[in-house]
Design a protein around this ligand. Structure first.
Ligand code: PLP
Length: 380
């Protein structure tokens, strides 16, 4: 990204533009266009809603946590009527509840179902393939819109295969970039809906963006240097291989959960099938403030842990294990948490880091017939 700022109407930019527009499709796994906004994820949420819906439209949203709630609140401000399927924030979206609600909606008044794939506030994922099946089982024509802001390029995601109509993404998590870019990946049904959508939009309009992108340009000044970073991030993900990227995230998440349990603490996500590979939210023992602990960890060990948000403020802290992370960085992070628990006087057993190390060592495929010392002589 540390490149000279280039003329965004010149030929070099057009090459970069085409490279990222094609490359990002391989990350969303979609054949249709991907819109790249110079904006944070919230902008891409707004774009998804305003390009597909009209004032007064009903949408079905699922209360998986803080971010799902913010998206719902935004829809109200935009003049949409959301119905929110309630939850206790400890699981992903329930496909059966979605199917039941859509079956009741015989007049097809819901125009969209909106789901957060990875709820960053809780560490629970929703199973998008199952949500698609639920919509199909109910024979409901609603669009499926999915927020992948904290799952894209960290957790398996397939826009086309799972029949998603609009996928919302952001640069600052699995893509390993600073905040500042966000995405809408589009399917044909979403593009058709955009033709009749009446919500006002200008900056967010897909049509002008798609038209400009065709010639390798943007309808306004793009975040040029972020796009150099995006091109590099896409290359890095493919060098490692997306399947390996997902497996690495799964492994670091499992190591983290083993550390949490060994400390004697509780993983906030209740359903093992919904565990997030991007982050783990940890419940504080009752009577102890997660924020006081986080402040101590930051002050003494310079480690910044995620705060509990809204309903979970002070109750949980969150360990991120997504993006440019590896076995060593996660062990370092877990050591920071363990030292923080100790210095803050939070009751725990100081054996979490060891549990994570044991797991990370155990997953390596060392041939049974030979010891590591035989493969690589220790004494040269
Ligand atoms: N959705 C999810 C799942 C998020 O984690 C976030 C931010 O962390 C957002 C939406 C909002 O994105 P932004 O803060 O980039 O505007």
């Amino acid at each position: 990204m540390d490149m000279p700022v280039l003329d965004h109407r010149g030929p070099e930019f057009a090459r970069l533009c085409r490279r990222v527009l094609d490359g990002i499709k391989t990350i969303f796994k979609c054949a249709g266009p991907v819109i790249i906004y110079p904006a944070s994820g919230t902008g891409a949420w707004e774009a998804a809603l305003t390009n597909t819906l009209s004032p007064g439209d009903r949408v079905l949203m699922i209360e998986t946590g803080h971010f799902a709630t913010l998206w719902k609140n935004m829809s109200v401000r935009l003049g949409i009527q959301p119905e929110f399927i309630a939850s206790d924030w400890r699981t992903g979206a329930d496909p059966a509840a979605i199917e039941a609600r859509l079956r009741e909606d015989k007049a097809h008044t819901f125009k969209a179902v909106c789901v957060v794939h990875n709820e960053t506030s809780t560490g629970c994922i929703s199973h998008i393939d199952a949500v698609r099946k639920a919509i199909d089982a109910a024979r409901h024509p609603a669009l499926l819109m999915v927020d992948t802001i904290s799952s894209l390029a960290s957790i398996d995601y397939r826009h086309d295969e799972w029949g998603v109509d609009v996928t919302v993404g952001g640069s600052q998590k699995g893509l390993m970039l600073p905040p500042g870019l966000s995405f809408n990946a589009l399917g044909s049904k979403a593009l058709a809906a955009a033709k009749s959508a009446k919500l006002p939009k200008s900056f967010w309009g897909w049509e002008e963006m798609i038209a400009a992108n065709k010639s390798g340009s943007f309808p306004y000044t793009p975040a040029t240097n972020m796009l150099y970073g995006l091109a590099e991030a896409i290359d890095m993900l493919h060098e490692e291989g997306l399947e390996n990227v997902f497996a690495r995230h799964d492994r670091l998440a499992e190591a983290t959960r083993r550390a949490v349990r060994a400390w004697g603490l509780e993983v906030w996500c209740r359903e093992p099938k919904d565990y997030s590979s991007s982050l783990t939210a940890v419940l504080m023992p009752s009577g102890y403030s997660a924020d006081a602990f986080r402040h101590a960890a930051l002050r003494y060990f310079n480690i910044s842990l995620g705060a509990g948000l809204t309903k979970l403020a002070g109750k949980v802290f969150r360990i991120g294990h997504l993006g440019d992370t590896n076995d060593l960085t996660i062990v370092g992070a877990l050591a920071g948490v363990e030292m923080g628990l100790q210095i803050a006087g939070v009751p725990h057993k100081s054996v979490g880091v060891q549990a994570a190390i044991d797991y990370l060592v155990s997953v390596h495929d060392v041939p049974a017939t030979s010891s590591v010392a035989e493969i690589l002589p220790l004494h040269m």
